[in-house]
Write a protein that binds this ligand. Sequence first.
Ligand code: DX5
Ligand code: ZN
Length: 223
Amino acid sequence: MIIAPSLLACDYGRFAHEAARVDRSGAKWLHVDIMDGHFVPNISFGPEVARIVRPHFKGHMDVHLMCSKPEILLEPFIKAGADSITVHVELGADTVNALIWKIRSLGKQVGLAVNPPTNISEARPYLKKIDLLLVMTVNPGFGGQSFIEECVPKIQQADVWRRQLGLPYRLQVDGGINEQTGAECARAGADTLVAGTFLFKQTQLRRAVTRLHDRCLAASTSR
Ligand code: DX5
Ligand code: ZN
């Protein structure tokens, strides 16, 4: 069970300090949300922030590109230290296939994200080519939104495919994750949970990460 705090919810005045705090929290992944103001109605930060935080976080940097033209951002974020790059299935088959090939050719792990209104079957053609399937549990663009319950069956379906096809992809959820919603997603098959607001609003990040991890691990083993 992986917990990935989302940098989007951190103190923007102290990126390096916040990355070090995530590192000390025991979280194995750091989720870096990149928004271009076009694919989503918000702008977050660029490769330079990823470069700044990289030396302060020793784990897996999980870059989530909510961008209309992610192809121009792959190399800058990989140079900044990204370990995996996630792109959205909504970009269309030609673009998605080209992106998957390019990220792989650059030697990094590939993630594919599916927005709440998008049918999970849209991801089906790519399952053998990806390392991570991200089922969005909010409409992308902002932290602090409410969890969309209707996305849970999509997690379950993605887990069924994974088992039926014997595929190794991680099943990630992102948006409105707290101990209750995280446990629900873990019961549905999620093994990688992004959490921003819920974690960064806590006074003790390490305790919050540990509690979320343990609660979701227990839920996943109760399946
Ligand atoms: C939303 C981002 C999420 C967001 C999660 O577009 O992709 O990663 O930061 O934040 P919370 O956990 O606050 O919903
Ligand atoms: Zn995200």
